[in-house]
Design a protein around this ligand. Structure first.
Ligand code: UGA
Length: 435
């Protein structure tokens, strides 16, 4: 079975590479020539652990190719996946589906009869039907099938998530689509991964509902953290306590500076917009969005407070800029709100991130970049941990303290043990703990 993947962003590239690792012939297509050139040098344009090795292995084996030649790649395929971006539209927060519809039109003209077209991009309910209508109008009388196969992988653990997902969701309109996707996911089925076959609409809504629920779960524990700080409590113990209830589950209960990334902010906004438009307002999701936005600002204020009454002219050393570890992605990262708020208050910011510098530098002017984590401590009045990279967990806190001008660590990811920070002679401000 020949697979063509349209779009080599996170989802498209990882899915394409992993399907080739399963033994299918895969062609990845992108209109971005520079990206395809990088891939043809067998380098990944994104930082994702393990991806370079899989690209090299499968390309060398002849199962994985990269091209800008959209028409030929589609004409050769039995199954065409659409994994192009669906960014937030400015103003109303709705998902911009123009890339999906554009791809659909081009696919219609290039495809062979009986091609299965699978929408992997995150799309609002009803989009797959529209794609069906677009293709049917462009190629009247030609048989084809539409399917929906949302992706649930996380950046930073994308390959593991694709290879060992909790479940696969497949929305179909006919048997041809179902047969093709069952075949493609057979390697997972043999590992006993549940494969849920459902309608196009159910698959579309499932993706948004999953992301909205997870964003809500994080926001819930963040509010519990606020409460713990006021009344005396330890959010980590409470997360453990509630997480052991199987109905709640322990994952996504780490309090922090608010969720960011390319998916939760965009998808919660799009889902809320769908709710408003369809007359079924998603009030929990609306509230989640507002609480999360306010939280990022509140976290900047927490750092400013730690600087004392006159923050202007003082220095903050920031550890971590990416929205989460193991990625160079800074889209909607809390750092993009926190750092400008500090700079706006006249604070000097020195920052380190193992991977995100290239992506973040243009977005965060007026900030000094450091080569090594220890460099951010030089003359810093406060150190603020914004991303829980492993490399920060084992830092020598005494050494940090000696280089600092002040003596406070604001740990927005709770990566240190309060006792260890105290033993190093430093003050400790964390999330969700009193005193
Ligand atoms: C998220 C979902 O987890 C994936 O299932 C989904 O496929 C993906 O979006 C998508 O729609 O494409 P991702 O954005 O890569 O994946 O990263 P997550 O690990 O979910 O983290 C998102 C944000 O939540 C990060 O800012 C992270 O720091 C924050 N977070 C996560 C917390 O603050 N606390 C937690 O307990 C977990």
């Amino acid at each position: 079975m020949r697979v063509t993947m349209i779009g080599t962003g996170y989802v498209g590239l990882v899915s394409g590479v992993c399907f080739s690792e399963f033994g299918f012939d895969v062609t990845c297509v992108d209109i971005d020539e520079a990206k395809i050139a990088t891939l043809n040098e067998l380098k990944s344009p994104i930082y994702e652990p393990g991806l370079d090795e899989l690209i090299e292995r499968n390309h060398t084996a002849g199962r994985l190719t990269f091209t800008t030649d959209f028409e030929n790649a589609v004409a050769e395929a039995d199954v065409v996946f659409v994994a192009v971006g669906t960014p937030s539209r400015r103003g109303d927060g709705e998902a911009d589906l123009s890339y999906v519809f554009e791809a659909a039109k081009r696919i219609a003209h290039a495809m062979r009869p009986e091609t299965v077209i699978v929408i992997k991009s995150t799309v609002v309910v009803g989009t797959c039907r529209k794609v069906h209508d677009i293709i049917a109008a462009e190629r009247p009388g030609v048989a084809f099938s539409i399917a929906s196969n949302p992706e649930f992988l996380r950046e930073g653990s994308a390959i593991e998530d694709f290879m060992r997902p909790d479940r696969v969701i497949v929305g179909v309109e006919d048997e041809r689509g179902e047969k093709a996707l069952r075949h493609l996911y057979r390697p997972l089925y043999l590992r006993e991964t549940p494969i849920l076959i459902t309608t196009l609409e159910n698959a579309e809504i499932t993706k948004y509902a999953a992301n909205a629920f997870l964003a809500m779960k994080i926001t819930f524990i963040n509010e519990i953290a606020d409460l713990c700080e006021k009344v005396g409590g330890d959010v980590q113990q409470i997360a453990t306590g509630i997480g052991l209830d199987k109905r709640i589950g322990s994952k996504f209960l780490h309090a922090g500076p608010g969720y960011g990334g390319s998916c939760f902010p965009k998808d919660t906004n799009a889902f809320a917009a769908t709710g408003r438009k369809s007359g079924a307002p998603q009030l929990l999701v609306e509230t989640t969005i507002a609480v999360n936005e306010a939280r990022k600002r509140a976290m900047a204020d927490r750092i400013l407070e730690a600087l004392g009454p006159n923050p202007a002219g003082k220095t903050v050393g920031v550890l971590g800029i990416a929205f989460k570890p193991n990625t160079d992605d800074v889209r909607d990262a809390p750092s993009l709100v926190i750092v400008p708020r500090l700079v706006g208050a006249g604070v000097k910011v020195r920052a380190h991130d193992p991977e995100a510098r290239e992506q973040a530098a243009p977005l965060l002017p007026g900030m000094e970049w450091c080569e090594q984590p220890y460099d951010v401590a030089k003359d810093a009045d406060v150190i603020a941990v914004l991303t829980e990279w492993n490399v920060y967990r084992g830092l020598d806190l005494k050494r940090i303290g000696e280089a600092m001008a002040g003596k406070t660590i604001v740990d927005l990811r709770n990566i240190y043990r309060p006792q260890d920070v105290e033993d190093a002679g430093l003050g400790y401000v964390s999330v969700g703990k009193k005193g």
